[in-house]
Design a protein around this ligand. Structure first.
Ligand code: ADP
Ligand code: MG
Length: 777
């Protein structure tokens, strides 16, 4: 150890010399000057002292003040200055992959280094770090995984948890675990960073830990709501009851002013949409139904109008456009690119900012455009607080966000966009005032804003807790409900019970809430358990290809488009992919057709002809690759994944795997003379979504449908469904260990032999037996 210490000491001295040389170099001095201009720099000493004197510190400060890029760097620099450079080990977590990657690159370049030297990053399936890496940016999920194998975080000296104001489920979970860890590791320092001022909650959670606020400065931002935007377009939208008193609220009147300019096509499209809504009741609900986000909708039209208005009439300055997700971003980009001004690269540099971005494009969003070119960045809520683009003067805010972040794997996928909170709207607005007074266009009426919630509910209180409960179990923590009762804000007991009960039903937990073998495999697959189950069985049964497509398809926005005015055509187009009473199998066929067409570079035409979303197809394509590497990580398949497709064309098998995943989402099919009706155990009668292939059938030659989602509108509607037989339900529904194992296995063997080759039946039987023996023990 004495030799070891000597080596570390010498290495620390080297690091110190390197750091000094950089700071004294010409380039280094320039960067230091920029850093010193950031508000965080003024608090540097106060922050470092507070870290020295306390185990936990909470730092808040306006977005862009330098929290993420500077504070981890202050710590690293001061450790190096105290000749502890080779000993310190700083981890900074980010809620999103893209910020971990872009921030680490920025910090490395501010230190005059390449990524992977003293600064690195690690996100799922990707990373860049070396032996010498002392400051690691990673996603929260990565740190949670490390805690799985290294409960005490041996060797880590500082943990920085960033963006805690977002209250993501992973961050809330991490805080409980860290709170437990602190007494066991008294020398470990914990720093929490937040963009908002409500940091007291965190302070009291950590026993009154000190707070440091970094004061910031922003210029005033002028606010325009939909009313004002319409006025710009030549309409006046006034509350009716201000004109003559009907005694009714929310009566609106739209009158035409003498149009200031030639009325554009877009203006009339917007007008038509608004007229269709009748204007009598211009409530948040009405606006909700108007402002669906798709290429032809009023929202996209408004954005196009405003962007061209800004380009033609406004002073220079970048524009930031907030839409809901990356599929919106790409369809909006396609639309704008065909616009005469917005699509002209000599006038507009049209950029995007979202999680799937390549890093070369990522850098462009920070760069100044050429003279006379206006930078327009289409973004998700990632630019709300995680990424700061300096030269923004105009902000367009659609008012919505996908509740969970872009990453379908870590979150409950398929979530629909929903209204943001007032705090988020203010954050978005604030992005416009960083360099000079700015303008913010909210693409919704004032009354909708007034109806926004003040804050967004923390994720832990609004999402299903199944994956979280599995993770708690995998950390070998105590009872799930007791653990969650120590959260910053604990979820309702009922929500916890529901999740635990679900995990028991699907066989991931046994009766005494312990992880089963299946459960253990599921914890290795960061996605909804039902999707993980399908992947696992698909791998075991050598039927991986179609299962990857089904699972990826369930993780993205429905690839089958149904434009309102061409509903019938679109639904008929979907039917050509249907032969076997399954929406999931229809998707598999659609995807395979697309893949074939892509070979001739005709993927786009194929999508257009078949009412498919090209974006969703591409997303499925890349998710499949990602899922495959996750499966390799579990050891269920080896590196040579092509061997897992022996049975990929066996329809019965695919059906069984879908059933295995979607159980207990099941309803019975009851035929009468002309058609059939559906019933679930919990709800009674239910209906099919009109774009389900099964909705077009008059008979379904199977007694059951498994489905992945129920939506309650007036009645209860089932989304995608697949018909299954009695035996499939019996054998693949639920967990075998709960019932009569022997009987099940016998039936299973018979069934598999009947439909498939005996060899695989045998393999499966013995696997399943092993599985069960392990669970029983
Ligand atoms: P915070 O975390 O407080 O929101 P950051 O540390 O992310 O702030 O950013 C501080 C400043 O550094 C920003 O205002 C921005 O100007 C600059 N910055 C951050 N990342 C980059 C980058 N990749 N390229 C150029 N400038 C950047
Ligand atoms: Mg930040």
């Amino acid at each position: 150890t004495a030799i070891m210490e000597k080596i570390l000491w010498r290495r620390s001295l080297q690091l110190h010399a390197q750091q000094q040389a950089w700071q004294e170099s010409l380039e280094g001095r320039g960067i230091l000057e920029f850093r010193q201009s950031l508000p965080a720099y003024k608090e540097k000493d106060a922050i470092l002292t507070a870290i020295l004197q306390n185990q936990v510190l909470i730092i808040s400060g306006e977005t862009g003040c330098g929290k993420t890029t500077q504070i981890p760097q202050f710590i690293l620099e001061s450790e190096i200055d105290f000749v502890r450079g080779a000993v310190c080990n700083i981890i900074c977590t980010q809620p999103r992959r893209i910020s971990a990657m872009s921030v680490s690159e920025r910090v490395a370049s501010e230190r005059g280094e390449k990524l992977g030297e003293s600064v690195g990053y690690k996100v799922r399936l990707e990373g860049m770090r070396g032996k010498e890496t002392r400051l690691l940016f990673c996603t929260t999920g990565i740190l949670l995984r490390r805690l799985l194998i290294d409960r005490n975080l041996k060797g880590v000296t500082h943990i920085i948890v960033d963006e805690i104001h977002e209250r993501g489920i992973n961050e809330d979970f991490l805080l409980i675990v860290l709170k437990d860890l602190l007494p066991r590791r008294p020398e470990l320092k914990l720093i929490l960073m937040s963009a908002s001022l409500d940091a007291e909650l965190f302070s009291s959670y950590f026993g009154g830990a000190p707070l440091i606020h970094i004061p910031g400065f922003t210029h005033p931002v002028r606010i325009h709501f939909l009313e004002n935007i319409l006025e710009m377009m030549g309409y006046r939208l006034t509350p009716y009851n201000q004109i003559d008193d009907y005694g009714q609220e929310r009566m609106w009147k739209m009158s035409k002013q003498a149009p200031r300019k030639r009325k554009s096509q877009i203006a009339s499209a917007v007008e038509d949409a608004l007229r269709a809504a009748d204007f009598k009741d211009f409530s948040p609900q009405t606006w909700e139904s108007l402002s669906c986000w798709n290429p032809d909708c009023i929202g996209f039209n408004l954005i196009e109008y405003l962007l061209s208005y800004i380009c033609e009439n406004e002073r220079p300055g970048a524009v930031l456009v907030f839409v809901t997700g990356w599929d919106d971003i790409s369809s909006l980009k396609d639309k704008l690119q065909s616009h005469p001004i917005l699509g002209d690269p000599n006038r507009v540099s049209l950029l995007t900012c979202h999680g799937f971005l390549a890093s070369s494009e990522q850098k462009l969003i920070f760069e100044e455009p050429k003279d006379g070119v206006r930078k327009i960045v289409l973004t998700t809520n990632i630019a709300e607080t995680s990424i700061t683009i300096n030269d923004v003067v105009f902000v367009l805010d659609c008012g919505k966000a996908k509740e969970t972040s872009y990453d379908a794997l870590n979150n409950t996928p398929c979530l629909l966009p929903s209204w943001i909170s007032k705090v988020s709207a203010q954050q978005r607005r604030g992005r416009a005032g960083r360099v000079e007074p700015g303008e913010c266009y909210h693409l919704y009426p004032r009354c909708v804003y007034d109806a926004f919630a003040e804050y967004q509910l923390p994720e832990i209180l609004r999402t299903p807790l199944q994956s979280l409960c599995l993770q708690i179990k995998s950390l070998k923590l105590e009872s799930i409900s007791e653990f969650l009762s120590r959260a910053l804000q604990s979820p309702e007991l009922l929500a916890v019970q529901n999740a635990v009960e679900y995990l028991k039903i699907i066989g991931a937990l046994d009766e005494s809430e312990n992880l089963t073998i299946l459960g253990r495999y599921l914890t290795m697959l960061p996605m909804e358990p039902k999707l993980g189950k399908m992947l696992i069985l698909g791998a075991i049964l050598n039927c991986l290809d179609p299962v990857l497509t089904v699972v990826a398809g369930l993780s993205v926005r429905d690839p089958f488009l149904t434009p309102l005015d061409k509903k019938d055509l679109a639904e008929t187009a979907k039917l050509q992919f249907s032969r076997d009473y399954s929406d999931h199998l229809a998707l598999v066929r659609a995807y395979e057709g697309w893949k074939e067409a892509e070979k001739d570079l005709a993927g786009y035409d194929y999508c257009w002809k078949n009412f498919l979303s090209a974006q969703s197809m591409k997303a499925i394509d890349s998710l499949r690759v990602e899922f495959l590497s996750l499966l390799k990580g579990t050891g269920l398949i080896d590196g040579n994944a092509t061997s897992c497709n022996t049975w990929s064309y066996d329809q019965h098998l695919i059906r069984a795997i879908i059933c295995y995943g979607l159980y207990p989402g099941i309803c019975s099919v009851v035929h009468n003379e002309k058609s059939f009706s559906l019933k679930t155990m919990e709800d009674g009668p239910v209906l099919l979504y009109s774009n389900s292939v099964n909705a077009r059938e008059s008979r379904i030659p199977y007694p059951w449908l498994v489905f992945n989602e129920k939506i309650k509108v007036n009645s209860i509607f089932l989304r995608d469904s697949t018909a299954v037989s009695d035996s499939v339900l019996l054998l693949f529904g639920g967990s075998i260990s709960r019932g009569n194992v022997d009987g099940h296995l016998k039936m299973l063997g018979g069934y598999l032999e009947f439909f498939m080759q005996p060899a695989i039946a045998e393999k499966f039987q013995s696997l399943r037996r092993e599985f069960d023996e392990l669970i029983q023990n």
